[in-house]
Design a protein around this ligand. Structure first.
Ligand code: KG4
Ligand code: ZN
Length: 345
């Protein structure tokens, strides 16, 4: 069955076609980075309007590129939440419109479930069960995953998400939006040993995180060094990144230990961070464990993960819906009763 995935929860418009037999046929993405850059962050109203303008042309391009027709789509999946209300509504409305026009079922997908399952799009694909580190702009969670829809929260951030910490610290260092990738680039040329920042909750004995103090520590240091030269900025960035990578890597190791598992899966935008990838790869190799990442371009928001999650959950079909719903605030635990059967098990 051909599944159309639509992602519009924040500042990326994504569409993808996933075939339950042949796999991912193609995906297309429009990033709103340039649109929001002038404001230093995502402006929700502008995000919604841009999704309205971009979504259908993007879909048309995707159909052309993959040589498929819209009426071949058997199931339409859209990101139902969490995310920005107006932005979610665009994807939900277009999905419902296509479903209505074609007489096909439409299903709402939890954005984090999309991220969580996206490493299964890679080859080799991890077997269940595994520990997942979900690190995005809004979430930092460690989860035990026993199958599709079978998720248990092991620990999470008590304040800022890892991506949020990257973004806020980038602002402190005078970098524009989006901060994470810019900070990572700056850190490449920096000396991580020059400033030793705290490793929050490293020894807390649980699997929770806290990142808001780290940003403050960088801010305090940066103020003391003013005016900041290029080297100091790079060293601050490298010191910050080293601290966050240390904590994430240590907690991943502790989670695997606690659960008696040896497979780690990393998902979400911060999963694109090269320092984090390198560190987890070497940590895991050292202990004979395996780590899986989604393909780099599928780390951040995209339509492929939504189509793919729909394939795993609803590959056998779905119920036609009347109207449509969004859930801007939505816990994954509430969203995830296991499906009746999954093609992967
Ligand atoms: O998953 P995502 O695309 O959107 C959310 O659902 O939040 O994650 C976006 C987050 C942002 O905070 C962004 O700064 C961060 O991921 N990010 C990175 C990198 N690429 C994206 N953080 C650090 N290093 C990167 N290379
Ligand atoms: Zn995301």
């Amino acid at each position: 069955m051909l599944i159309l995935g639509i992602e519009t929860s924040c500042d990326e418009t994504g569409v993808a076609l996933y075939d339950t037999g042949a796999g991912l046929l193609g995906d297309a993405l429009h990033s709103q980075v340039n649109l929001h850059a002038a404001y230093g962050g995502v402006v929700p109203e502008l995000a919604s309007r841009d999704h309205v303008q971009r979504l259908l042309p993007l879909l048309r391009d995707l159909l052309e590129r993959t040589g498929r027709r819209i009426d071949e789509v058997g199931l339409v999946a859209y990101t139902q939440g969490p995310g920005l209300g107006g932005a979610l509504l665009v994807g939900a409305a277009v999905a419902a419109g296509i479903g209505l026009a074609l007489g096909r079922p439409v299903v709402g997908i939890h954005h984090l479930e999309g991220h969580l399952l996206s490493p299964l799009l890679a080859d080799p694909r991890p077997e269940f069960p595994f520990v997942a580190l979900l690190v995005s702009g809004g979430h930092t969670q460690l989860m035990r995953v026993d199958g599709v829809g079978r998720y248990r929260l092991l620990g999470e951030t008590q304040d800022d998400a890892a991506g949020e910490a990257f973004d806020k610290t980038a602002t402190v260092l005078g970098l524009g939006y989006p901060g994470g990738p810019a900070l990572a680039r700056l850190a490449e040329g920096g000396d991580a040993a020059r400033f030793r920042f705290p490793r929050p909750m490293l020894a807390s004995g649980d699997l929770d995180f806290s990142f808001s103090g780290l940003k403050t520590a960088v801010l305090t240091r940066a103020r003391a060094l003013e005016p900041l030269d290029g080297t100091a900025r790079a060293d601050l960035a490298a010191g910050f990144q080293a601290a966050i990578v240390d904590v994430l890597a240590a907690k991943c190791g502790a989670a695997l230990e606690r659960e008696g598992l040896d497979r780690l899966v990393v998902a979400g935008g911060v999963g694109a961070n090269a320092a984090l990838r390198a560190r987890l790869a070497s940590d895991m190799a050292e202990r004979g464990r395996a780590v899986y990442f989604p393909p780099l371009r599928l780390c951040t928001d995209n339509g492929a993960m939504i189509a793919f999650a729909a394939a795993l959950r609803h590959g056998g079909g779905g119920e036609p819906v009347e109207g449509f719903a969004i859930r801007p605030r939505w816990e994954l635990a509430e969203a995830a009763p296991p499906p009746q059967s999954t093609p992967l098990r």
